[in-house]
Write a protein that binds this ligand. Sequence first.
Ligand code: DGL
Length: 265
Amino acid sequence: MSALPIGVFDSGVGGLTVLRALAKHFPLENFIYLGDTARLPYGTKSPVTIRAYSEQVMNFMIGRGVKAIIIACNSASSQVTETEWKGLPVYSVIKPGAEAALSVTKTLKVGVLGTRATIESGVYPTAINAMKSGAEVFSVAAPLLVPLAEEGWTNDSITDLVVARYVESLLEKQIDTLILGCTHYPLLKDSLRKICGPDIKFVDSGDALAAWIERDLESGRLKPSQDLKRTIKVFKTDLSNHAQAMTRKILVGFSIESIEGVDLK
Ligand code: DGL
């Protein structure tokens, strides 16, 4: 048993969609979350910068005494291939997402919507093709969706227009599955569903990852917690009122012990 927290991070509020899924799946686990809001967005930055930021956040997590690190950011996951960091298990969202997509696609035509960093890295086609030959993966970078999600424009005609522009070419390819390859995008699911129609299956990093964590809790790679009073602590590298309000909105229904500012340098 281990009541040590699981550390989850992202550039901003997107990773809270992963935290929300994990907190729901694992009600006895303690969590700490870091949103690197001072340096958001990650997805428009170069691989070297994203890697450096990710290492700093992982070191912060080690300092907080976590038992595992979850990279709840596709852009950071595209630059961190290690499955351990200083002896602790590290989970990226890429392989779980690729596996989840392959488990639901019938036509093997899979779309990926992600940040420029994630799409340019080619991590999803690489992971999917390594798991299954014959799958066709169509990718589109959608950089404007992160600011819309951070702004909270989750059900808005402007968001619908932007989503439509980005997914148009994927719909032309007749994909049957769409990987929401950025953890901010589940916040825009209403728009995505409106534009994609009812039949395309969405793969969300949070649910995909929960299946992997479950497996590791069962196999013993991760020691489970039995904490009946689990806590969720949130850290931000820039603590604006808006970021705090968005955090509470996304984690509604979960009790947040604290939201604190932190300086990683
Ligand atoms: N939510 C992140 C991702 O999954 C990053 C968004 C960003 O900072 O650009 O890629």
